[in-house]
Design a protein around this ligand. Structure first.
Ligand code: 13P
Length: 278
C-alpha cells in the first residue's frame, strides 16, 4: 500500500459507488488516529490540512509527517492541501510530496476562478498530482469567525468550469457549511442531482460534520466521491482529552496521547463505515 494520487482513490470509489473519507489533521495524534481507523477498516483514506490551519500546525512540520505516515500505511492514502489560499502554499505542498491540492478561488468572480484554477491544474499535473476546486460558496468559514453566505453551485456553470479548467474533482455548494450545524442542514439534493447529471467529474462534499447517515448515503448515490470531515475529528480529540484529564489525578502525556488517537480513530471509523456504502 502506498501514497497515491487522490484521483486514483476517487475513480476507484466511483467504480464501487462509495466515497473516500478526507479527514483534516493538525497534529500527530490526528494523523495516527485517521490511519489507525483506515487500517482497521481496510479502507483507503485522504489525509488533509487546510492552509488556514497552518498558523497552529505549520506545513514544514505537518507535511513531512503526513507524507511519511501515508507511505508507511497499510492502506492507500492520498495527502491533500485543503482550501489553499495562495499559489505559493499550493506549490510548497506539492514540493513536499502532497498528491493532491485545492486552491479555493470560490469567492472570486467566475472567470477569475477559472483562470487561477487552470494555472493550478497545470502546476499540479507537472507533479502528477490531483486538483480539486470549488464552485459556488460553502457556508461557514473554517477556523474563522466571519461566516460565508451559502451560494449553491449552478449546474450549467459547473459543467463549463470543469471543461475550462480540467480540474479532477469539484467541490459543490448544496446548503453545506463548515463547522457544527445548529440543526440538521437542509441539503439541496435536487441541485446535486442536476450537477451529477451535467458534470463528468467526481464531486466533493465539504462540511461533513453533523450530516446524517442518510444524507451521506444519498449524496454518495448522487456522485459524491470525497467527503470532508474536520470539526468532528477535532472535537473527538478534545473530548477524549477532557475525559482522560478529568478522570485522572496524575495525568501523563503518553496515556493522553493514546486517548487522543483513540478518540480520533473512533470518529473516523464511524464515518468510514457509512462512506463505504456496503
Ligand atoms: P467540517 O469541519 O464541517 O467537518 O468541514 C470539513 C471541511 O469541509 C474541510 O474542508
Amino acid at each position: 500500500m502506498a501514497l497515491v494520487p487522490m484521483k486514483e482513490l476517487l475513480l476507484r470509489a466511483e467504480r464501487k459507488n462509495k466515497a473516500v473519507g478526507a479527514f483534516s489533521v493538525g497534529n500527530m495524534e490526528m494523523v495516527r488516529g485517521v490511519l489507525r481507523a483506515a487500517e482497521e477498516k481496510d479502507e483507503p483514506v485522504i489525509l488533509q490540512i487546510a492552509e488556514k490551519r497552518l498558523a497552529s500546525s505549520p506545513l514544514t512540520l505537518m507535511a513531512p509527517m503526513m507524507v511519511s505516515a501515508a507511505k508507511e500505511a497499510a492502506v492507500d492514502v492520498a495527502v491533500h492541501l485543503d482550501h489553499g489560499l495562495t499559489v505559493e502554499c499550493v506549490k510548497q505542498a506539492l514540493d513536499f510530496g502532497f498528491t493532491s491540492v485545492m486552491l479555493d478561488a470560490s469567492l472570486l468572480p467566475f472567470a477569475q476562478n477559472i483562470a487561477v484554477t487552470r494555472s493550478v491544474v497545470e502546476m499540479a499535473q507537472a507533479y502528477g498530482a490531483t486538483t480539486e476546486a470549488e464552485l459556488g460558496v460553502v457556508g461557514g468559514n473554517e477556523g474563522d469567525t466571519a461566516e460565508h453566505i451559502i451560494q449553491c453551485t449552478d449546474p450549467q456553470k459547473a459543467m463549463e468550469f470543469v471543461q475550462s479548467t480540467g480540474v479532477d474533482a469539484l467541490a459543490v455548494a448544496i446548503g453545506n457549511a463548515h463547522g457544527n450545524y445548529p440543526t440538521l442542514p437542509q441539503l439541496r439534493f435536487d441541485i446535486l442531482q442536476a450537477i451529477h447529471e451535467t458534470v463528468d467529474c467526481p464531486l466533493v462534499l465539504h462540511g461533513g460534520t453533523g450530516m446524517s447517515d442518510d444524507q451521506f448515503r444519498r449524496a454518495i448515490c448522487l456522485g459524491i466521491r470525497k467527503i470532508n470531515i474536520a470539526t468532528a475529528s477535532f472535537d473527538a480529540l478534545a473530548r477524549a482529552a477532557q475525559v482522560y484529564l478529568t478522570g485522572c489525578e496524575t495525568p501523563d502525556y503518553f496515556t493522553l496521547s493514546e486517548e487522543m488517537v483513540r478518540g480520533v480513530a473512533a470518529n473516523v471509523t464511524r464515518h468510514l463505515q457509512i462512506f463505504a456504502n456496503r
